[in-house]
Design a protein around this ligand. Structure first.
Ligand SMILES: Nc1ncnc2c1ncn2[C@@H]1O[C@H](COP(=O)(O)OP(=O)(O)OP(=O)(O)O)[C@@H](O)[C@H]1O
Length: 370
């Protein structure tokens, strides 16, 4: 599955001039407010008609201004989920879901209502009206409705932005299941590092109407220079790991990764289960010798690959831990005192308690036939 976009469009004084290609399961459009994320997905959806360029989904050309191609939005088979759920207030949840079904040609339907209801955990809500649902429940129904139209691509425009932290935490696992258990590729707009690091397979970074960078999530997340000032504390390494074992006695789980074993607070996930981990650069200390008598449980051996200037007194150090990049933010003073430089063998030290729900994602899998 691929999404290929190369468009130019003026709206007022704003110029969108953006190109990216992605074959990822969930491609995040990431960037600050006003950078053009919504304009870009509106162009993919057919809600705006770009003045120049080409858009193709899985080889199917939706827009090609050179050839005069512009497929209208209702023929694109693209599902949309917005910040607000936009459910029909007078219809029950079940009727809202069935409405989505109308848009799927019979021959191209995948995932029946039962499977979608199970996937999103909304079986107990079917007879209710939208007004009686929480924000997170409404969004799950909105996702179900979009999915039941059997779209070839699902566009999600900041679907968690209007939810509080508790509701976000509740809904994230369902979006992970959507990503992992259905075949529909997702383009997901967000300006949250935590969300992008947890959900995205690929990231397109937008800045002032242009694509500043794009690529696999782990490669983009370590580019701390791409993050807005207030988000830099959230940036760092993204590792795909798996559960090696649990230690009930101390309430911990041990994860395996090529970088070494990593201890995190106890996870409810079976041994072998995949877990995506974000290690914030600010949570990593550097030692030039293997530390002894230290309370931190996670010590990863590696070699400094690069040192970039950070903000204020900080530098950003990229440590290659057996092929996995771990980022550390330390002061220039520490860099000087420890003579940190590319090529030096070091140890990255991470406190177990720095991992929490915001940066550890273990999603239970279930079967979804789509
Ligand atoms: N119809 C329009 N006419 C003129 N300017 C517009 C129009 N629509 C959007 N813009 C401008 O285009 C720019 C990009 O807006 P867009 O909504 O795509 O950004 P965004 O990255 O999605 O921002 P946010 O995260 O705040 O939603 C903004 O400066 C906006 O004011």
């Amino acid at each position: 599955m691929s999404v290929s976009v190369d468009i130019g469009h003026h709206q007022g004084s704003f110029v969108l001039d953006a190109a990216f290609e992605s074959t990822g399961r969930l491609t995040a459009l990431f960037g600050p407010s006003g950078s053009g994320k919504t304009s870009l997905i509106n162009a993919i959806a057919g809600l705006i008609r770009p003045q120049r360029g080409r858009i193709a989904v899985d080889g199917r050309v939706l827009v090609d201004t050179g050839d005069g191609v512009f497929i209208p939005k209702h023929k694109r088979r693209i599902g949309m989920v917005f910040q607000d759920a936009r459910l029909f207030p007078h219809l029950s949840v079940a009727a809202n879901l069935r409405y989505g079904r109308w848009f799927a040609p019979a021959a191209e339907r995948y995932g029946d209502i039962g499977a979608v209801v199970e996937l999103l955990g909304i079986g107990h809500l079917l007879d209710r009206r939208p007004a009686g649902l929480s924000g997170g429940e409404k969004q799950r129904v909105a996702i179900g409705r979009a999915l039941l139209a059997s779209p070839r691509l699902l566009l999600m425009d900041e679907p968690l932005a209007s939810l509080d932290e508790a509701r976000k935490t509740e809904i994230l696992p369902y979006i992970e299941r959507l990503r992992d258990e259905t075949k529909v590729p997702i383009v997901y707009v967000s300006h949250s590092v935590a969300e992008v690091a947890r959900l995205a397979s690929d990231v397109v970074v937008m800045a002032q109407g242009k694509v500043a960078a794009s690529g696999p999530t782990a490669a983009i997340m370590q580019r701390l220079d791409l993050l807005a000032h207030e988000e830099r504390g959230e940036g760092g390494a993204v590792l795909d790991t798996h559960v090696l074992q649990h230690d009930q006695r101390f309430g911990m789980s041990v994860l395996g990764s090529p970088a070494g074993e990593i201890h995190v607070p106890y996870l409810q996930a079976a041994v072998g289960h995949p877990v995506r981990l974000r290690i914030r650069a600010r949570d990593v200390m550097i030692a030039t010798e293997r530390p002894q008598g230290l309370s931190a449980l996670n010590v990863l051996a590696g070699r400094i690959a690069a040192i970039e200037p950070g903000e204020g007194a900080a530098v950003e150090v990229r440590i290659d831990c057996n092929g996995v990049a771990v980022m550390a933010r330390v002061t220039r003073q520490s860099q000087h005192a420890l003579s940190l430089a590319p090529g030096l063998d070091v140890f990255a030290v991470i406190k177990t308690v720095s991992f929490d729900e915001a940066n550890v994602a273990a999603t239970p899998r279930a079967e979804f036939d789509a």
